[in-house]
Ligand binder design. Structure first.
Ligand code: NAI
Length: 736
């Protein structure tokens, strides 16, 4: 038998507990060990009058049965006072049931200002005030359970109750927000829309129904939602007569009614109306992020001239082939994982980041001031979540794991991958396609840090030989590959993979022996172990980031690739790139054979202007900015002479707090030297990182650079000996 849900030691405040539903809650909580504050103003059901009798009677009833209760007769508009009663009597507050309510039913045109206001004040403002008074106590104790009382009238509308409907649905909005804000403090807020016989419903419901719909048939839901073991948060429930149902939002796939470079018209809305309102394949968005995600996706589709789909919010079963109806929409169990700097560095080395390239240091040396995780690391957790065994357990699909190929990959980041963290992946079978020679499973993986969606992956998994079931060939959920432009590439970067590349890459989590064991590789029909497709993917993405975004990970938005052919460790990869606005199309070849190994691929970048717009003050407000500018001015006359003496390029990373606040380059190697903001345009001989404050100390001769280096206040990379020449530059030419 399930154990009894008890509330010993918990303090519960029920507003409007002098009768009806509130009384039933108060009695039920007390019976299960809670200390209860029975609040009731004691007026009539229209909010007129007051008295202590109602609350006193319920307190007496609880005490008679051996329970603990105190009365409070304030209006819910005095939230602080009511919560104080709980604190004075019992020393804490754990649970708030916002239940008090009145009615002022009138048809809309007859609602007076007072009828409107009093309903908002008692229901919406009252619930706000009582909850706010309890909120900080709940936060401090890291526990709280809150109930808002809505109504079917608010959810669906009801004649003659405009004031009440508005307030009641307002409570749902309040609850939705508190569920989000309270979550991290274990404060859960849920909403109920009850139906019960009470004095409030006695004029509406027939007498026999009034009797049958006991408040006791609502109370158990309220108790469960308020129990410490209940994880529900942000839910909405209809409840009555012993039946309980949960409600949620549903959204049609919708239609894209605008095209790039063309105005949006009401006629286009009209023409698409059926589609806009068609709930087939509807999605069930659960958060504002999912809502905004669709809007952003629509924008991307418009900009790329495509059609809109429901991703990344697709949570629904597609109307695809009936054979796989059970599989489509299937969710794999959530996958929990974490990573540390070691993992991100190992990954970076696995996809070819190297000390040979100074600008790669930020990916492989955790001491770099701008240490960053490569964006494509976003596939790693998602892949682990798929390979966790769930693939073999999709209902209605028996997959021969030896027959699967990784066909395509899409990754979209909503923020740069953190350098460490704990994550949860949620994976869903988004769709199943029939490609004739095989079947394609589209797996959507959402990776969260807490409640924050960090990235979204779509894996296209090709199952050889399972096609031909007369299924559909395409899906509006698929992230499609895009053909490369018909012109010579704008840039080409190459990298030779090492013989150990696959052996190194597999340490990031893809342990398939195909990539290391010659016997296994020959069984699969290869001469020798092959490189992971996602390793080549990482190399290519790195090339794009380096070539078009100066390795700035915050500019990396999304990537789509199609895996065309295998690569063997030791081969040289050649990434050919075409810039089209913020989209970098690319394909990757094996140099020598000319084989295309990644085709029809692209990376979408965040425009540089969007990043700099976010940090308009780069360099501003820093004392060092003035010094650099001054050095630049002074160099004008004597540059050549200094270049002769120094012959080096210095890149500066000026930090403020934890972050790099500005980068400067002092080029004392070429021509007559120059000083400019930003990283070195060629390569720097030495990169120096120090805080704005320490920089000033060095300039003013108060801090010796050598000492600063040995004490760790100044970091130098590259030819560290060159930093000895710093004194000369700074002292002689920047005496401010
Ligand atoms: P009820 O009239 O029996 O109980 C409401 C209680 O709230 C009364 O005891 C009243 O004195 C108290 N109250 C009114 N204004 C107050 C104030 N300013 N401060 C403190 N206490 C105040 O009604 P019932 O049916 O038990 O309703 C409870 C809640 O459930 C209400 O919020 C109501 O809107 C909601 N509800 C009830 C439905 C039903 O079928 N009974 C349907 C949908 C919602």
């Amino acid at each position: 038998m399930a154990s009894t849900l008890r509330f010993d030691g918990r303090v519960v405040l029920v507003t409007g507990a002098g009768g009806g539903l509130g009384r039933a809650y108060a009695l039920a909580f007390a019976e299960r060990g809670a200390s209860v504050v029975v609040n009731d103003l004691g007026g009539d059901f229209t909010g007129v009058g007051k008295g202590s009798l109602a609350a006193d009677k319920v307190v007496e009833e609880i005490r008679r049965k051996g329970g603990k209760a105190v009365a409070n007769y304030d209006s819910v508009e005095e939230g602080e006072k009511i919560v104080k009663t709980a604190l004075d009597a019992f020393g804490r507050i754990d649970i708030v049931i916002n239940n008090a309510g009145i009615l002022r039913d009138r048809s809309f045109s007859r609602i007076s200002d007072e009828d409107w206001d009093i309903i908002q004040r008692v229901h919406l403002r009252g619930s706000f005030l009582v909850t706010r008074a309890a909120w900080d106590h709940m936060k401090k104790q890291n526990f709280g359970r809150i109930i808002m009382t809505s109504s079917a009238s608010g959810i669906y509308g009801n004649f003659g109750q405009a004031n009440y409907c508005a307030a009641k649905l307002g409570l749902l909005g309040l609850s939705n927000c508190l569920a989000v804000e309270g979550k991290k403090n274990n404060i859960h807020c849920n909403t109920i829309a009850p139906t019960a016989g009470s004095r409030m419903t006695q004029t509406i419901l027939p007498e026999d129904l009034l009797e049958a719909l006991k408040p006791d048939y609502v109370a158990p839901l309220v108790l469960w939602l308020c129990h410490e073991s209940c994880e529900e948060n942000g839910g909405l429930f209809e409840v009555g007569a012993g039946w309980i149902g949960k409600l949620r939002w549903e959204r049609s796939l919708g239609a894209l009614v605008r095209q790039r470079t063309q105005p949006m018209t009401p006629e286009a809305v009209k023409a698409n109306w059926t589609k806009i309102c068609d709930f087939d394949n509807a999605t069930k968005p659960q958060s504002i992020k999912e809502s905004i995600g669709s809007i952003v996706e629509a924008l991307n589709k418009i900009n790329s001239g495509g059609e809109v789909s429901a991703n990344p919010t697709s949570r629904a079963t597609s109307a695809a082939t009936s054979e796989f109806a059970g599989a489509i929409g299937h969710k794999l169990p959530p996958f929990y994982s974490s990573y540390a700097e070691l993992d991100t560095i190992m990954y970076a080395l696995g996809v070819g980041a190297s000390i040979k390239e100074p600008k790669d240091m930020k990916f492989i040396y955790e001491g770099s001031s701008d240490f960053s995780c490569l964006p494509t690391f976003g596939v790693i957790l998602a892949q682990k979540s798929i390979m966790n065994g769930g693939l073999a357990e999709i209902p209605g699909l028996s997959i021969n794991l030896a027959k699967i190929l990784h066909g395509e990959q899409y990754l979209e980041l909503y923020k740069p991958m953190p350098r460490t963290g704990k994550f949860r992946c949620e994976t869903i079978v988004a769709d199943i396609l029939d490609k004739g020679s095989g079947l394609v499973i589209l797996m959507d993986v959402y990776t969260y840090s807490g409640e924050e969606l960090i990235c979204y992956n779509q894996f296209s998994i090709f199952v050889v030989g399972s096609g031909g079931f007369s299924g559909k060939r395409t899906s509006d959920k698929a992230k499609v590959a895009v053909a490369i432009p018909d012109r010579p590439p704008d840039a080409v970067l190459t990298d030779t993979t090492s013989l150990n590349q696959a052996a190194l890459y597999r340490l990031s989590g893809d342990w398939n022996p195909l990539h290391i064991d010659p016997n296994f590789a020959s069984l699969a029909g290869f001469d020798k172990p092959i490189l992971h497709g996602l390793c080549t993917f990482g190399f290519s993405a790195r090339h794009v980031l380096q070539q078009f975004a100066d390795n700035d990970v915050s500019r990396f938005k999304a990537i789509k690739v199609r895996f065309a052919k295998p690569v063997y460790p030791g081969q040289t990869l050649q990434t050919e790139m075409w810039k089209e606005g913020n989209r970098i199309h690319f394909q990757t070849k094996v140099q020598g054979t000319g084989d295309i190994v990644i085709s029809n691929a692209y990376v979408d970048l965040v425009p540089a202007s969007a990043i700099s717009a976010k940090t308009p003050s780069e360099g501003a407000g820093l004392q060092s900015t003035l010094v650099f500018e001054e050095i630049g001015r002074r160099l004008q006359g004597i540059g050549q002479e200094v270049v002769k003496k120094v012959g080096a390029v210095f890149e500066w990373h000026i930090t403020k707090g934890e972050n790099t606040a500005a980068k400067w380059t002092i080029d004392l190697k070429t021509g007559s030297g120059k000083v400019y903001q930003g990283p070195a345009k060629g390569s720097a001989d030495v990169t120096i990182t120090l805080s704005d404050e320490d920089f000033m100390e060095v300039v003013l001769g108060k801090l010796d650079p050598q000492k600063a280096f040995f004490s760790g206040r100044l970091k130098a990379r590259g030819n560290i000996l060159l930093s000895q020449k710093l004194q000369m530059i700074l002292k002689d030419y920047a005496k401010l």
